[in-house]
Design a protein. Structure first.
Length: 413
């Protein structure tokens, strides 16, 4: 087991372990595909759009009839509505009324908006000529050619991509199966919200917070009440879970205290990969394999849970689902100077905002204790100081991860 490794090495090992697992696939209805990871490439089975159609309500005309001069009068042969297919023979001096999405009959090459024409009976006066031939006509395959690659395996199915799949006529789609996740929190001092607190006890905030973080990733986890600091009960519970789940997440019990039993448990019953990462908060994070499961042990302090989940657990979940377009950090300028002792990659809380010029800024939160959950709740981002950085100046650019809505600032800070 590697101990005290750099963050980038820990991230590489986490992704490598996730990628080594063979992800299964399933076909699901398109209506349930939001947020899932596409398992196969999608090529256009037909051109999009499949037929010439009008982009506006108006009249399909022959460019030659109006190019010379306007106003001009044309005879209306009939009407073409979306979803219908009438047969018209284009003749000089004629037009056809079309609605948005309706097919443009052969022989007509341009559409005039209804607002630029006046109809009286079977004749229409074109008040103003279109700006070009082909105006307001959507051509066959304009959006995509038949056979063109539209969606790549590994991409997350968002609203637009689901719309593309529907436009191709797909009612079901192949996606990678989501990993099953077991969540355990550890500690004799923990009580569940709603229970009575005795002296020395605290409420378990990590359990519901982890469930919420997993839900943000689209994962519905199975969570147990807090386990006591008992090595035998810990071993029994975790080994049972290790036969069923793809990933086990724990909070607490991973440091070097008298009741931190998990490093020893993983050495004796599993395969440790690393223990301790040069990051703050979250240094004593523990990773390895237990039974059929991957195991990720997070520290017990709640801000450490937030940082290690976002920086290590989420990339692991992405790897297990073969996701290729996971969240990428933003770049923002610091509003003020920051000085610290270097040595670990540090994730600091801050307020991320955008000024009137579109520039992103992050204002550091001076509270940095890993137990200070309220300070994390009033922040909307984590920003990064690399291992070698001891001092940053106002205006320096840093990596930032937003975990809530970005603030709008009227002026540059």
């Amino acid at each position: 087991m590697q101990t005290m490794i750099a963050f980038h090495e820990a991230l590489r090992l986490v992704k490598e372990a996730g990628n080594a697992r063979i992800a299964s696939t399933e076909r699901i209805p398109l209506a349930r595909a939001s947020g899932r990871v596409l398992a196969t490439d999608v090529h256009a089975p037909l051109p999009l759009p499949p037929h010439r159609n009008s982009s506006v309500d108006g009249f399909a005309i022959r460019w030659d009839d109006v190019a010379a001069s306007t106003p001009c009068s044309l005879r209306v042969l009939g009407e073409q509505f979306a979803g219908c297919s009438a047969s018209f023979v284009a003749q000089p001096g004629t037009c056809v009324l079309v609605t948005t999405g309706a097919g443009v009959p052969e022989g007509y090459d341009t559409v005039v908006m209804r607002e630029q024409a006046e109809r009286v009976g079977e004749h229409v006066t074109i008040l103003r000529a279109p700006s070009r031939q082909g105006e307001y006509v959507r051509c066959v395959g304009e959006d995509a050619r038949q056979g063109e690659l539209l969606l790549s395996a590994g991409s997350t199915l968002d609203a637009a991509r689901i719309g593309v799949a529907a436009a191709c006529g797909l009612d079901r789609i192949a996606v990678f199966t989501r990993p099953t996740v077991a969540v355990f929190t550890l500690g004799d001092e923990l009580r569940q919200p709603g229970e009575h607190l005795e002296p020395g006890q605290i409420y378990d905030s990590n359990r519901p917070m982890l469930q919420a973080l997993l839900a943000e990733c689209g994962i519905e986890s199975v969570s147990w009440p807090a386990l006591p600091d008992d090595p035998n009960r810990l071993r029994a519970a975790l080994m049972d879970a290790a036969e069923v789940f793809d990933l086990i997440l724990t909070c607490g019990g991973v440091s070097a205290g008298d009741k931190d039993f998990l490093p020893t448990l993983l050495r004796e019953s599993g395969r440790p990969i690393f223990w301790k990462v040069r990051m703050k908060p979250g240094m004593p994070v523990l990773f390895g394999e237990l039974g059929r499961s991957l195991y990720l042990g997070l520290p017990g302090n709640p801000v450490s849970v937030l940082a290690t989940f976002r920086q290590l657990a989420r990339p692991l979940l992405d790897s297990l689902q073969v996701r290729r377009d996971g969240a990428q950090p933003l770049r923002a300028k610091l509003t003020e100077a920051v000085i610290r002792q270097s040595g670990r990659r540090e994730y600091r809380r801050g307020a991320l905002g955008v000024d009137e010029n579109g520039q992103l800024w992050v204002k550091p939160n001076p509270i940095d204790g890993s137990h200070r959950l309220v300070a994390a709740a009033v922040s909307n981002a984590l920003w990064v100081m690399d291992e070698h950085e001891a001092e940053l100046q106002a205006g320096d650019v840093v990596s930032v991860e937003a975990f809530a809505s970005i603030d709008r600032w009227g002026n540059t800070p």
